[in-house]
Design a protein around this ligand. Structure first.
Ligand code: CP3
Length: 356
């Protein structure tokens, strides 16, 4: 590695339970982290975010460091997930995008025509633009010590779902139309998205993230045939820069996650990742049958966080038993922490999982 400081994977995080599990071992302690563990379920997050827009917070290394560390300190989870958002690389490339509270990412101009895509393709993600990201990752990994930081990016399709629609949508119809109605425009859009996604992920990992997760949250709305033809090649391309990195002669673990993806699991693994994240709908023993020999992450139902403790514990027992079918299991939710979750439940669940 060319980075001036030692990469955590070549020392402090090399034997962390999360990294050992991502590499297919069963460490003594069952590793757990929660998607969206940093964020609105924590009062200390809400206090820090007062008066700062989401995307401005994501570009402030001090705030990013503090917000990323909050759930690690509070819950004792086995990983930090970089506090950012899937639209951050778009903003850093100069695309007009904002995150509207209660709604999600909204674009100034939807990307619909060949001309829109050609204009987008003039933009690049430069190392200078990425400097708040790399500064935050360096600061964070110093403070995290032996706890791994997971870097992440949105996959090209999930980003395209926002860009083409212009904002959040239920079925991502505009993007699904474009891939068939304007296949060449689609290919050029996805090619550009793969490039900026790959650059964003690579920047986080080279600065010190110990693993990388690609979120293709909305891939589940696609048929397998459309996924394989119009989406998977670009996810492979987005992962390529991180897959080309080696730290201490070993690849950096990669994870791929989407919602409603039971029919896509083998294809999502085949893009070239070590670990597949499973939502709450597919029991892990079924996922393990579809993905023999593959490490799984998941898949507690986020709804169960609002149930009482005995019900949550019984649900966790079921998930762990099914997860035994995989070579290794990293416990997580099947999607993000709901904003109204009582943080005590996450702390208690983490402690219980560590006793198993
Ligand atoms: O703790 C973590 O998981 C790290 C941070 C993280 C955020 N977004 C912070 C965030 C991660 C990994 C994401 C990824 C992300 N963002 C995805 C993929 C994962 C998934 O949930 O499927 C998607 C689809 C987005 C797009 C996005 N950003 C949405 C739909 C929203 C919610 C809008 C709302 O207000 O309901 C956001 C905003 C966002 N990203 C918040 C956080 C903490 C809330 C913003 C706030 O606190 O005001």
């Amino acid at each position: 590695m060319s980075s001036p400081h030692q990469h955590p994977l070549s020392g402090p995080t090399a034997d962390a339970p999360l990294i050992r599990a991502y590499r297919g071992e069963r460490p003594d302690r069952l590793p757990v982290w929660f998607m969206r563990q940093a964020g609105r379920s924590l009062p200390e997050y809400r206090a820090l975010r007062t008066g700062t827009r989401m995307l401005d917070a994501c570009l402030d290394p001090e705030l990013v460091t503090e917000i990323t560390l909050q759930p690690v300190r509070r819950h004792g989870v086995d990983a930090a997930i970089f506090f950012s958002d899937i639209v951050v690389p778009l903003r850093l490339a100069g695309v007009g995008v904002d995150i509207v509270p209660g709604r999600g990412p909204v674009l100034e101009h939807p990307v619909r025509t060949a001309d829109d895509v050609a204009k987008l393709r003039e933009r690049t993600l430069t190392p200078e633009a990425l400097s708040p990201i790399t500064a935050a990752v360096r600061q964070l990994t110093t403070e995290l010590g032996s706890t791994p930081l997971i870097g992440f990016a949105g996959a090209p399709f999930t980003l395209a779902a926002y860009l083409v629609e212009g904002g959040p949508s239920k079925d991502h119809l505009a993007a699904r139309t474009m891939m068939h109605a304007q296949p060449q425009v689609w290919a050029e859009l996805m090619d550009w998205l793969a490039e900026i996604t790959g650059t964003f992920l690579h920047a986080q990992v080279s600065a010190g993230a110990s693993a990388a997760q690609l979120f293709d949250s909305w891939a589940g709305t696609l048929s397998l045939a459309d996924y394989a033809q119009y989406v998977a090649p670009y996810s492979t391309a987005a992962l390529a820069p991180v897959r080309a990195l080696e730290v201490a002669d070993r690849p950096v673990p990669t994870v791929h996650f989407g919602v409603g993806t039971a029919h896509l699991l083998p294809a999502m693994h085949a893009v070239g990742v070590d670990v597949v994240g499973v939502d709450w709908r597919t029991p892990l023993d079924q996922a393990a049958q579809a993905l023999p020999g593959v490490v799984l992450q998941g898949n507690l139902d986020p709804a169960m966080l609002a149930a009482d403790w005995p019900a949550l514990r019984a649900h966790a027992e079921t998930v762990l038993a099914a997860g035994a079918a995989a070579p290794a299991h990293v416990v997580n939710l099947g999607h993000g922490v709901p904003p109204d979750t009582d943080p005590e439940m996450l702390t208690r669940l983490t402690a219980w999982l560590h006793e198993q």
